[in-house]
Each structure stands twice: as structure tokens, then as C-alpha cells.
Design a protein around this ligand. Structure first.
Ligand SMILES: NC(=O)c1ccc[n+]([C@@H]2O[C@H](COP(=O)([O-])OP(=O)(O)OC[C@H]3O[C@@H](n4cnc5c(N)ncnc54)[C@H](OP(=O)(O)O)[C@@H]3O)[C@@H](O)[C@H]2O)c1
Length: 296
């Protein structure tokens, strides 16, 4: 079985982007800037934000983290977003989720200038994706990373049956829409499964490409997969493991060990889709910078 190594591909991508950032700096004297807003003190969010900032700096981009207290009102957050929308040195704005209860996440998504929405969550970007204008939108980072992995590993997609399990706005829906597009790297027949789908295995067993974005450890087992299928595991789940120092470890939505003799190619967790998500955030930020400076 081929292991689809997201850690390696993301590292290659970052090296390629660093070259472009350096070339752009030489040509314009400017570098891309990503601003991440974090509201409150959720420890997992703090780790994610630190990792994003570190990756930016690694490839020579500017990274700013705006920390706001958990008591921040929606108005205060929207005012901060407005300020960043109007700052020419900010090319990407990301508001780390989850947000405190008093803030409406959709209002925040709508407030971000679509031209700086490097998460690709704004309806204008999602709408352009659905309509196939991928060169004129930001594709949300996790599906975009999966597309990049399939492309770099030369996985054939045209005419294949892609089954996506999960229909969230940030993974499942954009992923399924992406695989449906009439592009060289997609062009699949697509089925989407969710929590109300009856007899999920009857669908997953038909998949040439199976993408699991559910959030349930080891949900996809060997008996649910067609021999030779390509399996992409988006899930990140923490399970108890007394054999580790911390007493727990991260696993995906797929029973990786059980599928090793069934799938033809598979992403591991960790080291598969996860590292690609951050790499594509950087790619979107670089793209935003290049668009706003007429470099494309
Ligand atoms: N690797 C990365 O970079 C990355 C990025 C984002 C997310 N993730 C991980 O990916 C997983 C999914 O994330 P998400 O944000 O898409 O989660 P989410 O918003 O919770 O969506 C989960 C989806 O799975 C479906 N689902 C839940 N239980 C199911 C069941 N028993 N049978 C069938 N479908 C079921 C839900 O169906 P309904 O719509 O019917 O509720 C929903 O559509 C999580 O583990 C998350 O941590 C990883």
C-alpha cells in the first residue's frame, strides 16, 4: 500500500513557496501578511494558532496574532475585522474557531473581505468554488490540501466514484463540490454520506476514492472499503492509550491498520491531511498577496 505522505508534500510545498516569497520580496520590497484572530483561551486553538504563525515565519511571510479576551462582543470582533480588511499589509485574515457563545460565527464569516478570506469560508468563495471558478476564489484549506495530495501522487480521478463521508461547511461540502468539478484533477462521480444516511457501508464499498471527514475514531473499517480504493482520512480524534507517555494519542476516522491490506493508497494520521491544511493556508495567503500586487 502507498502511504500518502502529507508531511513530506507540505514540506516540499513550503520550500517552493519560500522561493516565491523571496522572489516577490526582491521584485516588490513587500511580503505576504497573515493575521490570525483568537478570541478566548481555548488551549487547542492556541496550539493551532502558534503552528500557523510558526509556518508563516518559516517561509518568510509576516504573521500577526491578535488575541482578544473571551468576553469580546461580536461588535468588537467585527470592528477588528473591518480594521484588518482595510489594512493593505494584511493579505489573509483568519478567525480561529470555535468562538465564544455570544459571537455568531456566520456573521464573522460574512464580515471578512472575500479577497482576504484565506480560509475560503465566505459564501462568495464557496459559491465560486461550486461554480468551478477555482482560479478566482480561495478554496478552503483542508479540501484544497487533499486535492494537492491526490495531484502530487498522480491519483487518477476522472470518472472515478468519490464518496465523501461528512458534510460540514469546512470539509465535507467543499470537498465533494471540488471532486465534482470538471477539472483534470477532479471530474469524479460524487456521493456524500452523513449521519442520516442509511447503510453507509453500501456507499463506501462503491468508492474508488473514499474521503472520511466525520470526527469519529476508526469509523471506517476494512469491511466498508473496496479492495484497491484510495482512502483519505481527514479525522483527528484523541483516544486513550495507556502505553503512551501522555496517556492518549491521535487517530483518524479510518482504522488505518485494518485497511493496510485493503486500500491501494492511504493518508496516515498524524502526518497525512493535517500538515497540508496549514500549507494550503500559506498558499492562499501567498495567492492573495500576488493578486493584490498584480503579480499573477
Ligand atoms: N486534518 C485537518 O486538517 C482537519 C481539518 C478540519 C477538520 N478535521 C477533522 O475532521 C473531522 C471532521 O471535521 P468537521 O469539521 O468536518 O466536523 P463536523 O463539523 O463535526 O462534521 C462531521 C460530519 O460527519 C457527519 N457524521 C457524524 N457522525 C456520523 C455518523 N455516525 N455517520 C455518518 N456521518 C456522521 C456529520 O453528519 P451531520 O451533518 O448529519 O451531523 C457531519 O456532516 C474531525 O475529526 C476534525 O477534527 C481535520
Amino acid at each position: 500500500m502507498l502511504i500518502i505522505d502529507g508531511k513530506k508534500v507540505s514540506s516540499d510545498l513550503k520550500a517552493e513557496m519560500k522561493v516565491r516569497v523571496d522572489e516577490n520580496r526582491a521584485a516588490t520590497g513587500k511580503v505576504p501578511g497573515l493575521t490570525v484572530i483568537i478570541v478566548g483561551e481555548d488551549p487547542a486553538s492556541q496550539v493551532y494558532v502558534r503552528n500557523k504563525a510558526k509556518s508563516c515565519v518559516e517561509i518568510g511571510m509576516n504573521s500577526t496574532v491578535v488575541e482578544m479576551p473571551a468576553s469580546t462582543s461580536e461588535e468588537e470582533l467585527l470592528a477588528k475585522i473591518d480594521e484588518l480588511n482595510n489594512d493593505p499589509d494584511v493579505h489573509g485574515i483568519l478567525v480561529q474557531q470555535p468562538l465564544p457563545k455570544q459571537i455568531d460565527e456566520f456573521a464573522v464569516t460574512l464580515a471578512i473581505d472575500p479577497a482576504k478570506d484565506v480560509d475560503g469560508f465566505h459564501p462568495e468563495n464557496l459559491g465560486r468554488l461550486v461554480m468551478g471558478h477555482l482560479d478566482k476564489c480561495f478554496v478552503s484549506c483542508t479540501p484544497y490540501g487533499i486535492l494537492e495530495l491526490l495531484g502530487r501522487y498522480g491519483i487518477e480521478t476522472k470518472g472515478k466514484h468519490c464518496v465523501v463521508v461528512g458534510r460540514s461547511n469546512i470539509v465535507g461540502k467543499p470537498m465533494a463540490n471540488l471532486m465534482l468539478q470538471k477539472l483534470e484533477a477532479t471530474n469524479c462521480t460524487v456521493t456524500i454520506c452523513h449521519s442520516a444516511t442509511k447503510d453507509i457501508p453500501s456507499y463506501t464499498r462503491q468508492a474508488d476514492i473514499l474521503i472520511a471527514a466525520i470526527g469519529k475514531a476508526h469509523f471506517i473499517t476494512a469491511d466498508m472499503v473496496k479492495p484497491g480504493a484510495v482512502v483519505i482520512d481527514v479525522g483527528i480524534n484523541r483516544i486513550d492509550d495507556p502505553t503512551t507517555k501522555s496517556g492518549s494519542r491521535l487517530v483518524g476516522d479510518v482504522d488505518y491498520d485494518g485497511l493496510c491490506n485493503v486500500a491501494s493508497a492511504m493518508t496516515p494520521v498524524p502526518g497525512g491531511v493535517g500538515p497540508m491544511t496549514i500549507a494550503m493556508l500559506l498558499k492562499n495567503t501567498l495567492q492573495s498577496f500576488e493578486r493584490s500586487n498584480g503579480l499573477q
